[in-house]
Design a protein around this ligand. Structure first.
Ligand SMILES: C[S@@+](CC[C@H](N)C(=O)[O-])C[C@H]1O[C@@H](n2cnc3c(N)ncnc32)[C@H](O)[C@@H]1O
Length: 261
């Protein structure tokens, strides 16, 4: 398979019909929103809570986008680089009656072409890694108006002593993973005040993300049983899930909610 075919098959595995495309759940999105909203009265000259300009980076098929639209006043620009995800997001937004609040934007988040200072709130669940944590923070800092908020989730070590097998797994797939304190220091260094942070529960991985993914992989295994390259890609997702089942106490997502200083 050439890189284009690999990407096509990646998107076939992570199909737009899945409930969501990365670990997360509605309760965590809601909790992050509440942390940001409850800090709002403290902000002088901050965003107008009834006309928020929101950017959802790496929105995928829009699970969190719809939730933001349901709970916040304003407009959302939902960015992703895969059109089928944006099509599914639009379908879901129409079904939820919030389509007039959301505009989709097919774009590489590393080259957004958006005006500095033009957003009050930036959301990015499980997607800031695409730019890199620090680069993502710097980009968002530039895009936010004074006092604007940023909420994102990022993979972290939850314990300092992961077993060698788990350490090796991340050395191969995500060598830039660090601990929470290191991320908090980077966030402050990039000009943000931390409003709160928390780790979404294991169910956000196992029930909300991996269970539907495993169903999807099962049907793909039947279709591609005689295709070793695609079966190898399927196996790599099984390994990711297996690694989480074994070592979920050692790593997870951290949701960071912050305000531009
Ligand atoms: C782990 S998924 C998270 C999706 C969604 N936020 C969620 O939690 O379900 C990462 C998303 O980032 C998108 N993405 C990956 N690289 C991108 C890029 N360079 N520019 C824009 N979006 C990108 C993917 O298409 C995918 O939808």
């Amino acid at each position: 398979m050439d890189p284009k075919e690999q990407m096509q098959f990646f998107h076939e595995m992570f199909d737009s019909s899945l409930p969501r495309l990365g670990p997360g759940d509605h309760a965590s999105t809601r909790k992050a929103m509440d942390i940001w909203l409850s800090a709002m009265p403290r902000r002088e000259g901050g965003p107008n809570p009834t006309k928020l300009r929101i950017l959802d980076l790496g929105c995928g098929n829009g699970t969190q986008t719809i939730q933001l639209a349901n709970h916040l006043d304003g407009t959302i620009l939902a960015v992703d680089n895969h059109q089928p995800y944006l099509d599914e997001l639009k379908r879901r937004a129409e079904a939820a009656g919030v389509s007039e609040k959301i505009r989709t934007y097919l774009r590489d988040m590393c080259d957004l072409g958006l005006e500095d200072g033009s957003f009050d709130l930036i959301w990015s669940e499980g997607a800031i890694f695409v730019m890199g944590f620090r680069k993502g923070l710097e980009t968002c800092h530039g895009l936010l108006a004074a006092g604007g908020g940023l909420a994102l989730s990022e993979l972290v070590w939850l314990r300092p002593d992961p077993p060698a097998e788990c350490r090796q797994y991340f050395a191969d797939v995500y060598p830039v993973i660090v601990d929470n304190d290191t991320n908090l220091a980077t966030i402050r260094d990039c000009g943000f005040e931390v409003l709160g942070h928390f780790s979404p529960p294991e169910s956000a991985w196992l029930e909300c993300c991996y269970a539907p993914m495993e169903d999807r992989l099962q049907s793909l295994e039947k279709m591609y049983a005689l295709d070793p390259e695609r079966m190898k890609m399927i196996e790599s997702i099984h390994m990711e899930i297996e690694n989480y089942r074994k070592y979920s106490s050692y790593y997870g997502y951290m949701f960071y909610i912050m305000q531009r200083r």
